[in-house]
Design a protein around this ligand. Structure first.
Ligand code: ADP
Ligand code: MG
Length: 260
């Protein structure tokens, strides 16, 4: 038998690959958006377009308006001015899993859907590697497992837009890394547009195609980081440079608190 050589090895891996989402339909388009609560303006002059398949991380200090923006995109809140046109196939994952304690895991996943969606629930739970807890009550699951149920509940809705508000912030460091890799895999598989609110610059640099920083209610920074490649290496100098640029943008001195 002759040896079959893979063509993959012949590919010029140094050539930049144009991400497929660059030509994909726009999944959300925000124009001239402003939001005020009473006389307090929280968001101002926000313009933002995200394509299907694109992954945008949204950073900003506490109180900078990240959740407010995400809630508007999710359709949970109105704008004061401007427009937010978003593909209606959108879904949100919050920091807390928000599961119903007296419904089993599979029923939590299909909550609010019409008809018998058990097969779809099982498929979504399989995707987040939770086949073993389909019939369990949410209360017996670990924090990471509960959050994976929340992700399955989002997936089963076949979203074009996945919105996540600090979804991994309450998890331990190791579980957080697993969840980041899971999200990367799901996004590749399903090609939804992703808007991830995070306060973790490393998470942003690890996951996103593009990073946005909100400051005083405006977009203060908007950078494409696809030059970091598809598979990110946290030890790579280019990765560290992005991380440090983001810390500076957030007003944090990157050298402080770092092991030397
Ligand atoms: N429903 C609300 N009513 C009044 N003020 C609000 C409301 N929601 C958020 N805010 C205020 O808007 C600002 C931005 O909040 P938020 O979007 O939650 O910030 P972040 O998610 O970046 O921490 C905060 O000062 C917050 O107190
Ligand atoms: Mg918030």
């Amino acid at each position: 038998m002759s040896i079959q050589y893979s063509h993959v090895a012949d590919r010029d891996t140094s050539a930049p690959v144009r991400p497929t989402w660059r030509d994909a339909p726009v999944a959300m388009s925000i124009t001239g958006l402003a939001k005020a609560f009473g006389d307090r303006t929280v968001l101002e002059d926000i313009d933002l377009q995200i394509r299907e398949g694109e992954f945008v991380a949204l950073l900003g200090k506490s109180g900078s308006g990240k959740t407010t923006l995400l809630r508007i995109v999710a359709g949970l809140d109105d704008t004061t001015r401007g427009t937010a046109l978003v593909n209606p196939a959108r879904t949100v994952v919050f920091q807390e899993p928000r599961l119903i304690p007296n419904k089993r895991v599979a029923s939590n996943v299909t909550l609010g859907l019409k008809g018998n969606q058990r097969e779809r629930a099982l498929a979504a739970l399989h995707e987040v590697r939770l086949d073993h807890v389909v019939r369990s009550w949410p209360g017996v699951l670990s924090g990471g497992e509960q959050q994976r149920v929340a992700v399955a509940r989002a997936l089963v809705r076949e979203p074009k837009v996945m919105l996540l508000d600090e979804p991994f912030a309450a998890l331990d460091a190791l579980t957080r890394l697993e969840m980041q890799n899971l999200l990367t895999a799901l996004r590749r598989e399903h090609g939804f547009a992703t808007l991830l609110v995070t306060h973790d610059v490393e998470e942003a640099a690890y996951l996103a195609d593009r990073v946005i920083v909100l400051k005083d209610g405006r977009i203060a920074y908007d950078e494409d980081i696809t030059h970091l490649g598809e598979r990110r290496d946290r030890a790579q100098p280019a990765f560290i440079a992005v991380r440090e640029a983001l810390l500076r943008e957030l007003g944090v001195d990157p050298s402080v608190g770092q092991a030397s």
